[in-house]
Design a protein around this ligand. Structure first.
Ligand SMILES: [Ca+2]
Ligand SMILES: [Ca+2]
Length: 373
């Protein structure tokens, strides 16, 4: 009798230990898809060791691991065998390569079967980081290159234990007026404590399946909270398309969505505010030639100028003016309120090309202004 019980128990534990895994390299959280969110489990499990995978490859193929690793992720319970993308028995930064390689690939053949990566525990005591998406300039013209700068802000003096290990989100933007296929992401790799996964419309092998105008971004520390102080995460390089001439001026911005932020214990940290900047894209020549009737009625004279510049809009009152130099820098322009005519003093400006952005209730018009000296 005793012997029977012993055999039964032993048999159970043997069965558990030897429970095999079928995994897909790059789907580290086994939710059925490889993407930037798989960086977070690798960050949490960084440095852990387990069983190497026989005949391992990083190709998107079901791969057999004869037994589970001794440890699982603390909240989701996903076995660490899923995080060892390259199958060498160690979880480190090399396991990230398979995410980029297989980005957006989906699977339903894992064992245990894939489950949504839903983390119920929220770290209520953790401060919420603020993500700022700022641009390096205020305006950009046809074929110009400009940069969106991603910065994460924490309040001062947050102890590392209350910070976050990593963050993953989707950046979305209207791809119509930019060369979407040339959009590039440059992670801020200094001082080297963060690991990154980024995927643009075209830069994630050939598997990228999401619509254009979407960037997957993930940054994570190596087994410890690397996010607890203000720091840049990276920049997105964007080039203005020639096709922008259809409009006088286009506001461009990026939105961040689908946040997942976890700490070193895989607990969810709530995201704070997202601060979004906008940049104005335009073609100064066609801003004049393709304008609607109210925009055509706007006159700016004398042009070239060197002193007082008159701006008149007989059809729609002017609400606000903005002036930019050829480098896209915004210049201070004082303006009291809505009127159909106003004057600007250009005598303090250096000689060169400027762009005047004229805001009305019906929209925005842009005029090229030449300041001669
Ligand atoms: Ca996944
Ligand atoms: Ca590995």
């Amino acid at each position: 009798m005793y012997r029977f019980i012993f055999l039964l128990l032993f048999g159970c534990s043997l069965h558990l230990a030897a429970q095999p895994i079928i995994m897909f390299p790059g789907d580290a959280n086994n939710d059925g898809v490889a993407n930037q969110y798989d960086l977070l489990p690798i960050g949490v499990a960084y440095g852990q060791e387990g069983f190497p995978r026989p005949a391992a490859t990083t190709d998107w193929l079901p791969q057999f691991l004869p037994q589970q690793w001794p440890l699982s992720l603390p909240v989701s319970g996903v076995n660490l065998g899923f995080c060892d993308s390259d199958g060498n028995g160690l979880i480190d930064s090399f396991d990230i390569d398979a995410i980029a390689l297989n980005f957006d690939s989906v699977q339903s053949g894992a064992q245990p079967p894939p489950m949504p990566y839903l983390l119920p525990d929220t770290c209520f005591s953790c401060p919420k980081p603020i993500l700022r998406i700022g641009f390096d300039r205020d305006t950009a013209m046809v074929s110009d290159t400009f940069y969106a700068v991603l910065t994460l802000f924490y309040p001062p003096n947050v102890p590392p234990i209350q910070g976050a290990l990593g963050i993953a989100f989707n950046l979305k933007y209207d791809p119509e007026n930019v060369k979407d296929s040339l959009t590039r992401v440059f992670p801020d790799t200094l001082p080297g404590d963060l690991m990154f996964v980024t995927a643009t419309n075209t830069l994630a092998k050939s598997w990228r399946a999401v619509p254009s105008g979407s960037i997957g971004f993930g940054a994570a520390g190596r087994g410890m909270n690397a996010l607890f102080f203000p720091r840049p995460l990276g920049v997105v390089q964007i080039i203005v398309d020639e096709a922008i001439i259809r409009s006088t001026a286009v506001d461009f911005w990026m939105e961040a969505a689908d946040f997942l932020i976890v700490n070193h214990q895989e607990q969810v940290v709530c995201p704070g505010l997202v601060l979004m900047d906008t940049i104005v894209l335009f073609d100064p020549v066609d801003a004049v030639t393709e304008a609607g009737s109210w925009q055509k009625s706007i006159t700016v004279f004398p042009n070239p100028t060197g002193g007082w510049l008159t701006v008149q809009s007989p059809d729609v009152p002017i609400e606000r003016l903005e002036m930019f130099d050829a480098g896209g820098r915004r210049l201070p322009v004082g303006w009291p309120g809505a009127a159909s005519s106003t004057k600007l003093d250009t005598s303090g400006l250096a000689g060169g090309v400027y762009f005047l952005k004229i805001f009305t209730a019906d929209g925005v018009a842009v005029r090229k202004v030449l300041v001669g000296k």
